[in-house]
Design a binder for this molecule. Sequence first.
Ligand code: PGA
Length: 255
Amino acid sequence: MTRRYLVAGNWKMHKGVADTAAFLEELLAAKRPRNVDVVVCPPYISLPAAAMLLTRSGIGLGAQNVHWESSGAFTGEISAPMLADLDVGWVIVGHSERRTMFGETDETAARRARRAQEEGLTVIFCLGETLKQREAGETIDVLRQQASVLTDLDPAKLVVAYEPIWAIGTGRTASPEQAQEAHAFLRSELRGHFGDEAANKVRILYGGSVKPANAADLFRQPDVDGGLIGGASLDVPSFSAIIRAAAHLAAGASS
Ligand code: PGA
């Protein structure tokens, strides 16, 4: 596979400054494979401490959201230039928790993503269907609609995360076949948007109850290029085990 695996931790509303520092010190002290890209996405408040600890570490730093304006009267928001100032290179956009709890839409997610890319950040754009939509046979239509807003984005600074909502934080994971089917469909949509060459380089992550025990089976699928990990990214042993699962597959593919 020409795409490098990417394992990204979405810490959600976990880990203030002290816990972030403790986690990263432990992660940095451990031996880490070099054939996998790793990103951690702490809460905003912990980004400055994380940025200091991760300098020249090779581990990427991401935020969990970003506003579409550079500055202004937007109480509680953080802008892309503010993140770039801190050497934050990545940002999660359109997570289902933002969509279901905080009114995020395809359009607002796309605006955030565009502004972040203009500032040089790589966007991890999340999408995925609900259980009701899956059971009604609407998965493909939902993904087509959600992916339609990606056309305006720069594929070179884009990662797509397929996260079926019924699998997030539920312990219920999509089967490797279900993941591959959705990823292959998303890849074909990306080809339509960006052409074959650019689309083949975009990494499509799977997210939703990825654990050390199921990571390898998911990551082995041809269009699964790594994972966006929630719960299992919160402690170093399980996050490291998921990174190692990707590293093993990458080593196998290159030998
Ligand atoms: P989970 O979360 O791994 O805890 O299911 C994934 C996500 O929401 O990104």
